[in-house]
Structure formats: C-alpha cells, structure tokens
Design a protein around this ligand. Structure first.
Ligand code: CP
Ligand code: NVA
Length: 330
C-alpha cells in the first residue's frame, strides 16, 4: 500500500506507523537533495501556514518559515493572539482553520495542540509541548542515517539526561517505532513514566526494538549515538539547582564518550546547548554553581563526534517533509 499522509495532523509519533515514519524520512532525504541542487519548488504554492509560539524558538520557527518559503507558501508568525486569554482554543482553532491550510503550535500543554487539532479542520503540527517534540525526532533520525553506517534498527542510541522530558519521551517513541536499541540513561527520579515505557515495550514486541532504562553510565558501552538535552526545559527554570544535583554524573563528557568504546560514535543534541559560559544563563550557572558547562562539555560539543549542526539543518528538511506530506501539492 502506498503511504499518504494527506490531511493528517502531526501531534506525536505515537500516531504514526513505522512505514509512515519511513515515508517522512525518505521524503526528507529527497527534499534535502532537491534544495542542495538549487531547485526551488512549488509543493506549498498557494498554501498559508500559521505558526503559533507560546515558548521561545530559534530552529523550529525558522525551519517552518524557510521550509514554507522554499516551496512557494506563505507564513504568519503569531505570538500575541487572544488564544487562551480572551478566546478558547476551540474558537481560535475554528477561526484559524478558515484562513490557513496548516497550523503549527509550540507551547506548554499537549492538550492545547490536541485542542487545536480537534477543531481547526486543517492539519496541526506540534512544534514542541511539555510532553513531546516530534518534529525534532525526524531531524535526529535523518542525521543518524547520514552519519551511522547502519540501518536504524541496528543502532544503539543512548539518551542521557532528563529522560522524562519532551525529548526523552519523543526519542523513546521514535526508537520503539523504528526498531532501535534505546537506552534512557538517567537517575531514577528522571526516568520516563512507567506507563509510557510499558506502551513502548508493547510496540517493541512488533518492531524488534529494545527499550532499556538505566541509571548506570556504563550502559553507554557500544552506543552508536549519545544524545542529550538541556537539564532544565522551558517552563521549569525554577529547578536549576535540583537538576544540576540530579544530573551532574550524567554529563556527556570525554569519559562518557570513551566508555562507548566506539571510535565512530556520534554526539547529538537538539540545541540550544549549555556547553560553555558564553550565554546569560551559562554565566549565571557558572556564578551560582561553578559549572563551565551543564549537559555536555565544550570539548565533546566541538569534537569530531558532534553532529549537532547537521541535526539543526535537518529540522528544516524534515519539517518541510511534514508540511508537504500533509498539505502539499503532491
Ligand atoms: N531544537 C529546537 O526545537 O530548537 P528551538 O527551541 O530553537 O526551536
Ligand atoms: N527539552 C527542551 C527542548 C528544547 C528544544 C525544552 O523543552 O526546553
């Protein structure tokens, strides 16, 4: 059966089969090659896209904008709407659905993006919530395919850090779907919910994935990729001290890289990353807690293992694939 994602929302990877995720990755590879060869497209010509952002963003906003422009569409960046203040999610969705062909939402509650999807009548794409960040996973898997000489279902992938955050959850879902060996490496307090782990282990029975949850840093042995994310996600800024204490032993540094015993391992991060003290937050953390870096040391971040800027670029190609697949002139 050929895959079609026409008219589909993109809210969490739970809603997609392995074949559908494969289709989005293949389309991303094709759209990347097309852009590299200098071809401008018209797959989104005549389409209007609305980008709603409650939380900050560099990559996600620009990826949606450039991807739309590249294929001939138009965008509105909406940060100061009435939504949630004077107007319900439902009413906002019903209005925007009459103007736009697709709506992206980044913000706090997963229920908000689900509410938009329930009422907009057009595809809604999740640009990150407290619970999930599904577009990031496509970019990460595309990057693995470019850098690791193995199919995804042979890859050992370790997520070190706050394994119950939006990235930890979404990477585990993606890994389960694609048959990967996934390790959530975190102290017990930051393990993903048992409910989600059980759900993913059920999927793993079908796909051949291994879902491992560990607090032992030696579990990185044999890893093809080590991934980390900020220790404190957007909206949790009051938790710095607690998280630093919980996660300092799980920092990705050269000792951890050596423990993989894999000279070809890659280091991944969704970005932004606290790998130095050259940001306002980095400076504050240095002053208060004496740390030069948090989740990853500067030497790992800048090492030959690091593919973080390829991942960032791939946000654009994969987000383009999601939009083209759901609303494009295919
Ligand atoms: N990785 C990611 O989502 O980056 P932004 O927060 O800059 O969009
Ligand atoms: N877990 C991070 C991801 C940023 C892309 C956050 O939610 O802030």
């Amino acid at each position: 059966m050929p895959v079609s994602l026409k008219g589909r929302h993109f809210i969490t990877l739970k809603d997609f089969t392995p074949q559908e995720i494969r289709y989005l990755l293949d389309l991303s590879h094709d759209l990347k090659a097309k852009k590299r060869s200098g071809v401008r497209g018209d797959l989104l010509a005549g389409k209007n896209v609305c980008l709603i952002f409650e939380k900050s963003s560099t990559r996600t906003r620009t990826a949606f904008e450039v991807a739309t422009f590249d294929e001939g569409g138009n965008v509105t960046f909406l940060t100061n709407s009435q939504m949630g203040k004077k107007e319900t999610i439902e009413d906002t969705a019903k209005v925007l659905g009459r103007f736009y062909d697709g709506i992206e939402f980044r913000g706090f509650k997963q229920e908000t993006v689900e509410g938009l999807a329930a009422h907009a009548g057009v595809p809604v794409w999740n640009g990150l919530t407290d619970l999930y960040h599904p577009t990031q996973i496509l970019a990460d898997f595309l990057t693995i395919e470019e850098h690791v000489a193995k199919p995804l279902n042979k890859v050992k992938f370790v997520f070190a850090g706050d394994a119950r955050n939006n990235m930890g959850n979404s990477l585990m879902i993606g890994a389960a779907k694609m048959g990967m060996h996934f390790v959530a490496l975190a102290p017990k307090e930051l393990w993903p919910s048992e409910e989600l782990v059980e759900e993913m282990r059920e999927i793993a029975k079908e796909t051949g994935a291994i879902i491992e949850i560990s607090d032992d840093v030696n579990s990185v042995k044999g890893a093809d990729a080590i991934y980390t994310d900020v220790w404190v996600s957007m909206g949790e800024e009051h938790l710095f001290e607690e998280r630093i204490n919980q996660l300092k032993d799980y920092q990705v540094n050269m000792d951890m890289v050596k423990k993989t015993e894999n000279p070809d391992m890659i280091f991944m991060h969704c970005l932004p990353a606290f790998h130095d003290t050259l940001t306002a937050v980095g400076m504050e953390v240095k002053e208060k807690y004496g740390l030069d870096a948090m989740e990853v040391t500067d030497d790992v971040f800048r090492s030959k293992h690091s593919v973080v800027f390829d991942e960032a670029e791939n946000r654009m190609h994969t987000i383009k694939a999601v939009m083209v697949a759901s609303i494009g002139n295919l």
